[in-house]
Write a protein that binds this ligand. Structure first.
Ligand code: ZN
Length: 346
């Protein structure tokens, strides 16, 4: 089943389509969710698109938005909008989806990502936190009607942000490919995503190169399309506690466990293609990649002291989608390689 009825504008400078969409949809008042810092950098490119309508901007929510942020937004936004636009990273797009869901709005939405990572613009789910626990909304009405992928927004992002978000896209591509719920269509998206990430991630993170930024933006979008069908697996299941307990950004958190899960999951013969496409020595490959893009992977240096808490807090639903069934004990062994005692005994 192809769930994609989204209208996409994807080229450098494609933000010019925003005013055209607003005219086409006869928009008089637009509600616009943005990030705080990220929006300042691109403000001048966006605001001129709103010449024809009234706009209310809203950015008062946390980096990992929670249910209190949502309550606050619903109280404060009394503006009668006829479209919802989100301009920002995955959290901003997710927050706008959660807002629409909560309000039971029928208005159309436009998603304009300013990071290349989550692919949230192409998914029907939204991640939010409640009492430090992550929860997901998941329904077709959350898929935006319009998506603008303008790579000029991601060329000059800070290096660490680029590294985190790009690794999220890469991991989503990989996890989607091996997910139990993968289909032929999701695998096609995943393979294209993986190849683009493999070939562009280092240059994208370490330079302002236009082509690699554009390729990574496409990769992130494909990763969203892939997981919209297949969902994610063990690395994502494990990631949320790294974020809530240790404040590690989502993409970085996912990247921490993918080397070990890649090593384990690709023991399944049907997943040989992943070894051919990426590596048959995943621990070395990923750790070298992390050195190249400036991501710390040593748990001790990241002050991750309690692996037990990470494993106890795992998202069971996502874990079930992993190609190999994993118990808590398996995970302990898998992540235990990061403890110094283990290094001493091997
Ligand atoms: Zn992700």
């Amino acid at each position: 089943m192809n769930t994609f009825k989204v209208k996409e504008f994807a080229y450098r400078g494609s933000i010019e389509n925003l005013s055209k969409i607003l005219t086409l949809e006869n928009v008089k008042k637009a509600l616009v969710f943005t990030g705080k810092q990220s929006f300042e950098n691109i403000n001048s490119l966006i605001t001129k698109q709103f010449d024809m309508c009234d706009v209310m901007y809203f950015n008062d929510f946390s980096t990992n938005p929670n249910d209190n942020d949502l309550v606050k937004a619903i109280k404060r936004i009394d503006f009668k909008y006829d479209i919802i636009i989100s301009i920002g990273g995955g959290s901003v797009i997710d927050f706008s989806k959660a807002f629409k869901h909560q309000k039971k709005d029928k208005v159309k939405t436009i998603a304009i990502p300013t990071t290349c990572g989550t692919g949230s613009e192409s998914t029907q789910f939204a991640v939010l936190y409640k009492n430090n626990e992550k929860y997901s909304l998941d329904e077709p009405s959350l898929l935006p009607e319009y998506v603008i992928l303008d790579s000029q927004f991601v060329e000059n992002s800070p290096r660490y942000l680029k590294a985190c978000t790009a690794m999220d896209a890469y991991c989503q591509g990989i996890e989607s490919y091996w997910a139990k719920k993968a289909t032929n269509t999701s695998k096609e998206y995943a393979i294209k995503c993986i190849i683009l990430c493999r070939d562009n991630i280092v240059k994208y993170v370490n330079s302002t190169d236009i082509n690699s930024a554009s390729n990574m933006m496409t990769a992130a979008n494909l990763s969203g399309k892939a997981i919209n069908i297949s969902r994610t697996t063990a690395s994502h299941a494990l990631s949320y506690k790294f974020t809530t307990l240790y404040g590690i950004p989502h993409g970085h958190a996912v990247a921490l466990t993918i080397p070990y899960l890649f090593d384990l999951n690709t023991k399944i013969e049907e997943l040989n293609l992943l070894k051919e496409l990426i590596t048959d020595n995943p621990i070395n490959y990923f750790h070298e990649l992390y050195n190249d893009i400036g991501l710390e992977y040593n748990f001790e240096k990241l002050h991750i002291t309690d692996i037990n808490k990470i494993i106890k807090g795992i998202n069971v639903e996502r874990l079930k989608n992993n190609p190999i069934n994993l118990t808590e004990k398996d995970l302990m062994k898998l992540l235990g390689v990061q403890t110094p005692e283990f290094y001493n005994t091997t």
